[in-house]
Design a protein around this ligand. Sequence first.
Ligand SMILES: Nc1ncnc2c1ncn2[C@@H]1O[C@H](COP(=O)(O)OP(=O)(O)OP(=O)(O)O)[C@@H](O)[C@H]1O
Ligand SMILES: [Mg+2]
Length: 353
Amino acid sequence: MTEDLFDPQPKDDPKALYGREKELADLTKHLEEGRWVVLLGPRRIGKTSLAKCAVAKLGYDSAVVDARQDSDLAHALVSSLASTKKADASISAGIQLPAHIPLSAGVAYSRSCFAQTLDHLLNEKRRKRVVVLLDEAQWFKNPRGVVKLLAHIYDYHYRKATLVITGSAVGVMRSITEPDAKSALFGRAITTMEIGRWSPSVSLGFLEKGCSEKKLPYDEGQMSRVVDEIGGIPGWLTLFGYVYGTSRLPTRERIEDALERTKREGMKILKEELASVSLLAAGWERQLKLLRQLASGGKRFTELAVLSGLPNQVLSRHLAMLQRLRYVEKDEDDRYVITDPILKEFLAQPTPK
Ligand SMILES: Nc1ncnc2c1ncn2[C@@H]1O[C@H](COP(=O)(O)OP(=O)(O)OP(=O)(O)O)[C@@H](O)[C@H]1O
Ligand SMILES: [Mg+2]
């Protein structure tokens, strides 16, 4: 069954992937050529969907490791490879772990046991390339261990395993995208793709097509307001479409209600995200304060320096972190702005005492 555009799950059918033709073509080309790819972008922009659709389009086997669910990469990778989703089950069936290798939650692998297990899972029986999707990789624990493990896969299994790594460029992800000379990944070529927001016209096109699929009323004026309020972020637009489509209210109230519910749900997701980021980002309290200062409107560096009282070097370090997290962007007037309108609205709320 094909997915519809307002389906809230990440898409894995390229037919249901809207407005990403160029990104899909670029990613599939990289994968066909065996290149490892990092997909960077803000929350809900469609990183997981793009990765899944590229794998589906190419018909490769795939293994998914979601760092939000299992932050121990070695364990998660072995479990996931052992249950690889086969594009063609008849071809690579029968790859099983030897009996002496444990596969239950919480097992800590020694490096040699892990290497042996991995070598076995990516063995000769596997005729097709497997794409390993490391989703939201910034949440993996033990950055040095993760980097070493990835370097092992790169050096020994490049022809069999191609990695697609998603997330924002902090924590482990930074060690992957910008390895220093001492890093085990230094010198390995990894391609970075930035996944951006949709323009207002692509966003409207998405809502129009989604409404037509579901036979929902579509009024361009009202939907333009929706796009103004929640921006060109596919995840928020999908959530809006889903809530709009399942509501029983009369049309006019229905749009208002769906917009409010989308914002509320979005804020819940972002609140959790900010709580997790606080554990990851050095100097987070300062950065959060800067974000709150930007929630009232974009500001230039000099303005922020006065407002925050921070020395230039310190301020620019914090702003660089907020840009890596994809919360902040510089606009054409050199102003730092919050990119996600829902995040902006959330941060503009008075902080609870
Ligand atoms: N190009 C697209 N076409 C149709 N739907 C999309 C597209 N991109 C994203 N979506 C929808 O938006 C939502 C978020 O997508 P996805 O989970 O792929 O984003 P993400 O960047 O991985 O998000 P997260 O930061 O939560 O991991 C999902 O409901 C997905 O179906
Ligand atoms: Mg994702």
